[in-house]
Design a protein around this ligand. Structure first.
Ligand code: KG4
Ligand code: ZN
Length: 338
């Protein structure tokens, strides 16, 4: 296969993104994040799809401009088929389908969860990419999954959340503390100045490799209500310690499952992705585990951790290499398994 220029399109949640790749090399990766949801403390699906409609054309234009290419230079278009918010997915799917049809080039449907994992194979990351097999750990506002990755397109989910995603736990807990959405980065910052052992929150009892975060959220809520009755300034006076103790519990829950997965599969390569992998305590815990020889940690550039079209384009490239094109594309699917 000769060089291929691929346009990637991502619109599964609240980021509209377009990327232009030459094979697995990033020529541009443009992301328009939607600010409209901040006032609501979470993503509002109807507003998200409307914002995608406004953003999609300018974002694709910008991606082509930054890559110094034009529409007729494209060899293929890869788009996120799912999982995600249906209204949001449909905007990217219809745009990608129409453009591929008009340009008469192949259209490639991409599974968003697979893309988070294959983001480790983007050009600037490739030197540091894990060897197969590895454990892909995707942690974000919408996902919490441990995936056994045997090859590019041979993946098996071995653990996932039964309720809230890990980032959702951060965001909901942050809301209770009066923090703005998304609260994850703020909790991370505030926790640095707090004592992680000041307050104890019980960990959920979930067998196997699955996760549960809704119990922790409820535990934090009851704890805050109880303390508020005794002292109405409790949150203000203890914000750093509450954040540090909450974060300590979350990191323990995550690391326990990672170690369990390593033991169960015998695979030591652990590659993380998703917006929550920006978390400083999680990074520290992974690197400490690596120093102790328990795992080998792979952490991509932050640009490739959060939702972005670069990871969609790179899946497009590996799909073309393996001749995996969408023969009869079915559009968008809110629930799409690996
Ligand atoms: O991958 P992402 O940009 O979007 C999706 O949810 O798919 O991830 C956003 C999530 C939010 O829940 C945000 O609070 C969380 O990632 N997040 C963090 C940090 N940075 C972002 N959570 C904890 N610590 C951080 N430093
Ligand atoms: Zn995502």
């Amino acid at each position: 296969m000769g060089d291929k220029i691929i346009l990637g399109i991502e619109s599964s949640c609240d980021d509209t993104s377009a990327a232009v790749f030459k094979n697995n090399i990033n020529l541009s990766n443009v992301i328009a994040s939607q600010k409209v949801h901040q006032a609501y403390g979470g993503v509002v699906p109807e507003l998200a799809s409307r914002a995608h409609q406004q953003n999609i054309v300018p974002v694709v234009h910008q991606a082509l401009k930054e890559a110094r290419l034009q529409l007729n230079d494209l060899d293929a278009i890869a788009y996120t088929k799912g999982p995600g918010l249906l209204g949001s997915l449909l905007v990217g799917a219809s745009f990608a389908k129409s453009l591929a049809y008009a340009l008469n080039i192949p259209l490639i449907e991409v599974n968003h969860m697979q893309a988070h994992i294959l983001a480790h194979f983007i050009d600037d990351e490739i030197q540091k990419a894990p060897d197969f097999p590895f454990l892909g750990v995707t942690i974000s506002g919408g996902h919490t999954q441990i995936v056994k990755v045997k090859h590019y397109f041979d993946m098996e989910v071995i653990g996932e959340t039964l309720d809230d995603a890990i980032g959702e736990a951060y965001d909901k807990c942050g809301k209770m503390l009066g923090l703005d959405y998304p609260a994850g980065p703020q909790i991370d910052q505030l926790a640095r100045l707090g004592n992680p052992h000041q307050f104890q929150f019980s960990k959920p009892k979930v067998s196997d490799l699955n996760f549960s975060f809704s119990g922790l959220k409820t535990a934090v809520l009851y704890f805050l209500q109880r303390e508020h009755q005794k002292n109405s300034a409790f949150i203000q006076e203890n914000l750093n310690d509450i954040c540090a103790s909450f974060q300590y519990t979350v990191v323990q829950i995550l690391m326990d499952k990672i170690f369990k997965a390593v033991k169960q599969t015998g695979i030591k390569n652990v590659a993380i992705g998703g917006g929550v992998s920006a978390n400083s305590a999680i990074r520290k815990a992974l690197l400490q585990a690596e120093e102790k020889g328990k795992i080998r940690a792979f952490i991509p550039k932050f640009e490739y951790c959060t939702d972005n079209a670069g990871m969609i384009a790179v899946v497009g490239y590996y799909s073309l290499l393996q001749n995996r094109k969408a023969n009869t594309p079915t559009g968008a699917k809110a629930r799409l398994h690996l």
